[in-house]
Write a protein of this length. Structure first.
Length: 150
């Protein structure tokens, strides 16, 4: 039970860090496109500043938003897995992808049709963020499969 909680927390942290990485890269690519000089140092500083700012300031920290999405998606997946015979890694990967996609698609409804995550404004950005949710969910499902074997 403790290991499951730790893996859930790690899955949420992985997704949050990847979402912020994509967000930072989107903004940095825009700066490069308008001929602003951007070095690796500036990128790293910006990433770590975003990591702290998006989780420690504002009304709702991003990690809390991801945690809520993952908890709902993982709970639904756990219930569905009682009736459907599919590997846990694949099922939780789909759940993680669905959770991040739901966050990206539903956030504009809460903020007067504004995309708060700049990295999720395009179809490519939404696809990348969804893929990051898939990776995090896959990690969580794989960790559950490893516990069953042990």
């Amino acid at each position: 039970m403790v290991i499951n909680s730790l893996n859930l927390l790690l899955s949420i942290i992985i997704a949050t860090c990847l979402v912020i990485l994509q967000e930072t890269m989107s903004n940095i690519f825009w700066l490069i496109s308008v001929d602003m000089p951007v070095s690796l140092g500036i990128f790293m500083t910006t990433y770590f500043n975003n990591l702290f700012a998006m989780n420690l300031s504002g009304a709702i920290p991003l990690v809390a938003l991801v945690a809520i999405g993952f908890l709902v998606a993982y709970l639904v997946t756990k219930i569905i897995l009682r009736w459907v015979n599919i590997s846990k890694s694949h099922a939780y990967a789909l759940a993680g992808a669905a959770a991040i996609l739901a966050i990206v698609l539903l956030m504009p409804l809460a903020f007067y049709n504004l995309d708060i995550l700049a990295g999720g404004r395009s179809i490519l950005g939404k696809s990348i963020l969804t893929f990051f949710g898939l990776i995090s969910g896959y990690y969580f499902g794989k960790s559950l499969e490893k516990q069953e074997i042990a």
